[in-house]
Design a protein around this ligand. Structure first.
Ligand SMILES: N[C@@H](CCC(=O)N[C@@H](CS)C(=O)NCC(=O)O)C(=O)O
Length: 228
């Protein structure tokens, strides 16, 4: 059975959503990143980058959420736009936009706002500005069309949902008032039964919730080593 290495964080939750949408049997394997499970040798053999999500499907191993969504969509033939060049171009562009832009900027915005040991106004402003700029691009596209690609729900919408549902944590409490089209997509996806199952998957395992010294050192290894 397909093994799904996960935590309750945004990137694994997108994969949980896809797996629940298609009803593919899977074995959810918790990786407690606040306890440092991501750095264990057995997990590093699956993802040398020590991050969740990752999947092992027979002799195929895939890590990074956009790669996994693409792999699973192609494997099942589900939640892809029609196989025409125009739609394929849009699909790939928006998948990479999420993984190279939305994910990193949203993640760094949260880091510098909530977890950096020093409050650095320059860093907070840069990352919140960039997160907001990316949200604006998504919101403008969703003002023109119901879904990110074509006229049906695809893996791009799942990819966007992973981070967009957490926008108030990233951009502040009023984010959903500002990005109404993104909120419409988030609400529609969150209301899906598969999304509800994906969001409660974490309750099957006991993940550490405290952000104590052990968690900080595991998730932010640069705290242990000054390289610049
Ligand atoms: N580009 C990767 C990013 C994965 C990622 O940052 N995962 C986070 C959870 S959302 C993680 O494993 N954090 C624990 C750590 O960095 O130690 C993806 O899209 O899957």
């Amino acid at each position: 059975m397909l093994k799904f290495y996960y935590s309750a964080a945004p990137n694994p939750t997108k994969i949980a959503l896809f797996l629940e949408e298609v009803g593919l049997p899977y074995d959810p394997i918790p990786v407690d990143t606040r306890k440092g499970d991501q750095h264990k040798a057995e997990f590093r053999a699956i993802n040398p980058n020590s991050k969740v999500p990752a999947i092992v499907d027979g002799d195929v191993t895939v890590f990074d959420s956009s790669a996994i969504l693409l792999y699973l969509a192609e494997k099942t033939g589900k939640f892809l736009p029609p196989y025409i060049d125009k739609a394929r171009g849009e699909l790939l562009s928006w998948m990479f936009f999420v993984s190279s832009g939305v994910g990193p900027y949203f993640g760094q915005a949260v880091h510098f706002r909530n977890y950096a040991p020093e409050k650095l106004p320059y860093a907070v402003n840069r990352y919140v500005f960039e997160a907001q700029r990316h949200a604006t691009i998504l919101d403008q596209r969703l003002a023109r069309q119901k879904y990110m690609v074509g006229d049906s729900y695809t893996i791009v919408d799942m990819n966007v949902w992973g981070w967009a549902r957490l926008m108030p944590n990233v951009l502040g409490d009023s984010a959903f008032d500002k990005f109404k089209n993104l909120k419409r997509l988030v609400d529609e996806v969150t209301a899906r039964p598969a999304a509800q199952r994906a969001l409660t998957l974490k309750d099957r395992h006991k993940f550490k919730t405290e952000m104590d010294q052990e968690a900080l050192q595991a998730m932010f290894p640069h705290l242990r080593e000054r390289v610049a």
